[in-house]
Design a binder for this molecule. Structure first.
Ligand code: KIV
Ligand code: ZN
Length: 391
């Protein structure tokens, strides 16, 4: 019998933090398409936008709220009364509406950005979370720059937010500064020290400035977080946010050390990645984990030979599990005889040993000159080979 696994909520912020990165602006139609796919894929919470930011954002959040069938729809609001009212207005027609409000808590933000004292910020938290809770039941509160906030003060802020009605507490690594050990320890400490911590779900929100966003998000689960905030293809401010597809597949593939589950239909990940890439006009890097075009491609002879014998030699998940039809053995100068023979069979050729040897040598010469060797190139060189033999 397998032990039951803890459910982790997936909070997608492609349409809010993702859209915030320079050049990723989406049209209303594109946002509706992305939201519909996220919903169909099993995302638990869709952060649809920042309603006070513009009339267009308000309209997008309102329409998404009306159209989404299963997921909770969240609208972002600063700790400002007008923001909260606008967010509440935008999400109120959702089946499951959420207001997500945030305020900075770190000394550097308090001193230079907010120009407020710790006590003033505590009052703001109480007032704004109370206002939001009077509009809607599901309230998420975020401590912006939590990872650079002294733990004693962070605990006081979290306690105030929960007392005022917050149902989810998000502790973001806003500037991508934390390491996994630190991030895990922060969640543990806050959950142990805040007296009413068990009344809220804790959430991780990681930026990728040091390339640690996914590792930090997974570490947060060990610290007691049960919601991860992420984006398709990891798009987001600066170096981006934790990538949804990586979080989901890490949990799915490494259940032995990550005893959690998500509600995501992983076979839709590739489709979702392509849609987000088309909508934002952001290309997906070739070697991107899970959804990059090389994620299930092998060129070296040793790897191709292993793959032909047993796919598990060089693949830790199947391409089908993320919606890719099959592994691709890319023919290039590193390919060996086994892969070349396999390719010829796929193309319908059956060659004698001499013909094969000849064709293989021509292929190697071609691959030395050409970056991409396509099926047509191989067909041409084999046909030419056979024709020469008949002359
Ligand atoms: O990175 C961050 O702190 C945010 C908040 C608005 C949650 O995106
Ligand atoms: Zn963020």
């Amino acid at each position: 019998m397998t032990a039951s696994k803890d459910r982790v909520l997936i909070f997608d912020t492609t349409l809010r933090d993702g859209e915030q990165c320079p050049g990723a602006t989406m049209t209303l139609e594109e946002k509706l398409d992305v939201a519909a796919l996220l919903d169909a894929m099993g995302v638990d919470i869709i952060e649809a936008g920042f309603p006070i930011a513009s009339n267009g954002d308000f309209e997008a959040v309102s329409l998404i709220a009306q159209q989404v069938k299963n997921a909770t729809v969240a609208g972002l609001a600063r700790a400002i009364s007008a923001d909260i009212a606008r967010a509440g207005e935008a999400v109120r027609h959702a089946k499951k509406p959420r207001i997500h409000t945030f305020v900075s808590t770190s000394p550097i933000h308090l001193q230079h950005q907010m120009r407020k004292t710790e006590e003033e910020v505590l009052e703001i938290i109480t007032a704004t979370v109370t206002q939001a809770r009077n509009l809607i039941e599901d309230i998420e509160w975020s401590a912006m720059d939590a990872t650079r906030t002294p733990i004693d003060y962070l605990c006081r802020c979290v306690e105030a937010a929960i007392k005022s009605g917050a149902t989810t507490i998000n502790l973001p690594d806003t500037v991508g500064y934390a390491t996994p050990d630190e991030y895990r320890a922060m969640f543990r400490a806050v959950r142990e020290r805040v007296p009413n911590a068990d009344k809220a779900i804790f959430s991780a929100h990681c930026h990728n400035d040091l390339g640690l966003a996914v590792a930090n998000s997974l570490a947060a689960l060990e610290g007691g977080a049960r919601q991860i905030e992420c984006t398709l293809n990891g798009i987001g401010e600066r170096a981006g946010n934790a990538a949804l597809e990586e979080v989901v597949m890490a949990i799915k593939t490494r259940g032995d050390v990550l005893p959690y589950e998500t509600g995501i239909e992983a076979t839709m990940l590739t489709r979702a990645s392509k849609l987000a890439s088309a909508a934002t006009s952001f290309p997906v890097q070739y070697n991107k984990a899970i959804v990059g075009r090389n994620a299930f491609a092998h060129e070296s002879g040793i790897h191709q030979d292993g793959m032909l014998k047993n796919a598990q030699t060089y693949e830790i998940m199947t391409p089908e599990s993320v919606g890719v039809s099959k592994t691709s053995l890319v023919m290039g100068k590193h390919s060996g005889r086994a892969a070349f023979r396999n390719k010829l069979e796929e193309l319908g050729y059956s060659l004698s040993d001499n013909q094969f040897q000849d064709a293989f040598e021509r292929f190697k010469d071609l691959a030395d000159r050409k970056k991409h060797v396509y099926d047509e190139d191989i067909e041409a060189l084999v046909d030419q080979n056979i024709a020469t033999a008949h002359d």
